[in-house]
Design a protein around this ligand. Structure first.
Ligand code: C5P
Length: 231
């Protein structure tokens, strides 16, 4: 299981300081909408200069018509990132077109499809989609699998069910992790490290429990030790 740390500070300088502190660790760095819109593609270069071994996850959650999505995904790949996201509700045609277009790039990033955001609970999900969260999520994951994606973004509570419904090699990336049972913030479907391991999550995403902690390095080392990735 790999650890992705969300760079969600409100200022670039704070994200840079965090990266300098975490330099040398076996981690993935998640650049989301806020940092990317504010700091642009050159920020990705800056991250690599701090530590060329950091893996970069560009989490822009693409959602548009197939042609626009496929072209946007290729532009993400050209930046040289290791993983990107798109919305599975964009449907099979869009996802297939993305995968086809990415095959033009020599180094293709992993492509993960967002199913249901972890900030949804059953009630808020039903109010938007008029269907039940878990079967809807599994259906989206199956379509993503058939469309050739590498995996999906889901909560820990759906990770195992998705693997059973698709393939155990189909990756799951699970946000909403509160490693040692910290506060939930705006997340609804949270889980701790033990639950993430039991659900066979391939990637866990952790933001606030790390970057808002008094000692981000210490908690990151504690998480990596728990995952057997820090000695
Ligand atoms: O601070 P916290 O650990 O809740 O951050 C989770 C990160 O994962 C945020 O950057 C958020 O955008 C992202 N994310 C999520 N739920 C998804 C996909 C991404 O929380 N389904």
């Amino acid at each position: 299981m790999q650890l992705c740390i969300a760079l969600d500070f409100e200022e670039k300088s704070k994200n840079i300081s965090l990266l300098r502190e975490l330099k040398g660790l076996n981690i993935w760095i998640k650049v989301g909408l806020q940092a990317y819109i504010r700091d642009g593609a050159s920020f990705i270069e800056e991250i690599k200069k701090i530590d060329s071994h950091f893996k970069i996850f560009l989490d822009l959650k693409l959602y548009d018509i197939p042609n626009t999505m496929a072209n946007a995904a290729l532009e993400c790949a050209k930046i040289g990132v290791d993983m990107i996201t798109l919305h599975t509700s964009s449907a099979a045609e869009a996802m297939e077109k993305v995968m086809q277009n990415l095959s033009k790039n020599l180094k293709r990033p992993l492509v993960m499809g967002v199913t249901a955001l972890t900030s949804f609970d059953e009630e808020s999900f039903k109010s938007i989609y008029n269907s039940s969260l878990q079967p809807h999520t599994i259906n989206l994951a199956k379509i993503a699998y058939q469309s050739g994606l590498d995996g999906v973004v889901c909560s820990v509570h759906e990770s195992l069910l998705i693997k059973q419904a698709t393939n155990f090699n189909f990756l799951t990336l699970t946000p909403g992790i509160r490693p040692f049972n910290e506060t939930k913030d705006d997340q609804k479907r949270v889980a701790d490290l033990k639950e993430a391991k039991n659900a066979l999550s391939d990637f866990i995403v952790i933001g606030r429990p790390i970057y808002q902690s008094n000692d981000p390095l210490k908690i990151t080392q504690k998480i990596l030790t728990n995952l057997g990735k820090f000695k």
